[in-house]
Design a binder for this molecule. Structure first.
Ligand SMILES: Cc1cc2nc3c(=O)[nH]c(=O)nc-3n(C[C@H](O)[C@H](O)[C@H](O)COP(=O)(O)OP(=O)(O)OC[C@H]3O[C@@H](n4cnc5c(N)ncnc54)[C@H](O)[C@@H]3O)c2cc1C
Length: 420
């Protein structure tokens, strides 16, 4: 981006950010929103919309790289808010790959980023996808309960992966899967590592595809790993770094500085490093949904008449809209602050990333529910979009750490107490 590098947060968006916002908004308004209802009903991955996003460069490695280089950190939240204002299911189909790319960036070497991230995007006419696979049937919030095992075969310099991942966005239809696995079960979260599974690797298959409440255009499925052999270079960060990390953790266990099962899985580990980087952007997605529902409700309240006047002239309705507007603005401030802090490499002493995701996610749920209320019977039908938006919003209190887990992280950060 050509916006001058800024180390201070600013509420005054530069021209580059204003241009970015209107570019993504136009795509969301002209391509995403008109397709939203159809793909929600079909519950299928919206390939033609992804193709359009690739054609304009929105689904591309170059776009991700340019936003990652944005010194303010605001490029991603601005993009997410506008895109998800168009539709969340399609939005997640377009940005789902970036979670896998973030997993490689957070844990991989520069060479690994250069090798694998381009293979997650492909090009118009030859689209590729990435999937980030951490959750398991018995390891959702508690990532320390992970069972997928990675064992090293010294003779061939290969890692062998076995296990079942669940809830993976793009799981099984992706070209590149980023998989977290246990390399030393005694070390719980500290004994985990991340691996890239290259396109076409034998032994990786899609399990059950889930039928969901919301974001139904986004593909969510189990990923089964049965004797999946990947070359040594697929271990993100490399073996030397892993061996050093494991040695430090074993030493800490021996010295009693670290329990063999250190707390719940919400502590820092490979997955958590990824989530920390992505939480503000996920909060921005929730804001997009909330803003979309708020706008529909505001328009409706101004035009719908009962008792001889527009319903907005009732304080009961107007105050709901006022609260919705305040929550959306407050969410955006939290999200932008956290995104800026992440880009500046600031410490999240008060779990500001979790705060932003928690508040924005819960705002999306409340705002979309109130929008349905303001639309009355129409709000309850599929003739109006707020019903879909309310279904879509709910995921923002569940994935990328549930609201309870965000509160746990925040409570620990602000209190320093070992809260469980
Ligand atoms: C549509 C969708 C897409 C997803 N995409 C991905 C993906 O791409 N990659 C991936 O790896 N995962 C993905 N996930 C998984 C998601 O991150 C998990 O669903 C989430 O972390 C919660 O785990 P769980 O479903 O096992 O719930 P559980 O952990 O079983 O939680 C159940 C309930 O218990 C509460 N709870 C659990 N522990 C505590 C505690 N210590 N204190 C208080 N309350 C607690 C939770 O908050 C929740 O209310 C996705 C999920 C969905 C639904």
């Amino acid at each position: 981006m050509s916006t001058p590098a800024s180390t201070e947060p600013s509420f005054d968006l530069g021209q580059d950010h204003l241009d970015l916002r209107s570019w993504v908004h136009d795509f969301a308004a002209e391509v995403v929103r008109p397709a939203a209802s159809e793909w929600d009903e079909r519950e299928e991955f919206p390939w033609p919309v992804l193709e359009e996003a690739a054609k304009i460069g929105l689904y591309s490695l170059d776009f991700i790289a340019s936003q990652a280089a944005d010194e303010t950190g605001l490029g991603f939240p601005i993009t997410m808010e506008e895109l998800f204002w168009g539709d969340a299911g399609i939005g997640l189909s377009i940005v789902g790959t970036s979670l896998a790319a973030a997993g490689v960036r957070a844990n991989g070497t520069d060479e690994q980023v250069i090798e694998w991230v381009p293979q997650m995007y492909g090009s118009p006419g030859d689209l590729k996808l990435g999937a980030f696979c951490s959750s398991e049937p018995d390891a959702g919030s508690d990532v320390g309960a992970m069972r997928t095992r990675a064992t090293y075969d010294e003779a061939t310099d290969e890692w062998v992966l076995n296990g079942t991942k669940t809830w993976a966005t793009n799981g099984g239809i992706a070209d590149v899967h980023v998989v977290t696995a246990v390399v030393d079960p005694d070390l719980r979260t500290r004994g985990q590592a991340s691996f890239v599974v290259p396109p076409g690797t034998a032994g990786l298959s899609q399990g059950q595809k889930f039928k969901k409440h919301g974001i139904r255009a986004s593909h969510t499925a189990e990923v089964v790993l049965d004797q999946v052999r990947v070359p040594g270079r697929c271990l993100l960060g490399g073996k030397e770094k892993l061996d050093a990390r494991l040695a430090r953790a074993r030493e800490a266990v021996r010295d009693g500085a670290l329990g063999a099962s250190p707390g719940t899985g919400v502590k820092a580990n490979a997955s958590m490093a990824t989530f920390e980087r992505t939480r503000p952007a996920v909060g921005a997605q929730a804001i997009g949904i909330a803003r979309a529902a708020y706008e529909v409700a505001l328009d409706y309240a101004k035009t719908r008449e009962q008792f001889g006047k527009p319903i907005i002239e009732n304080q009961a309705i107007a105050f709901m809209l006022a609260d919705m507007a305040v929550s959306i603005e407050a969410s955006r401030l939290l999200v932008w602050r956290a995104a800026w802090m992440a880009r500046q490499g600031k410490r999240f002493d008060q779990a500001e990333g979790s705060m932003s995701k928690l508040f924005a996610g819960e705002t999306a749920v409340k705002v979309t529910e109130r929008a349905m209320q303001i639309l009355g019977g129409n709000g309850f039908t599929r003739e109006y979009p707020v019903e879909r938006m309310a279904r879509d919003a709910k995921i923002y209190t569940i994935f990328e750490g549930t609201s309870e887990i965000q509160r746990l992280v925040i409570a620990r950060a602000v209190s320093g107490a070992p809260i469980r």
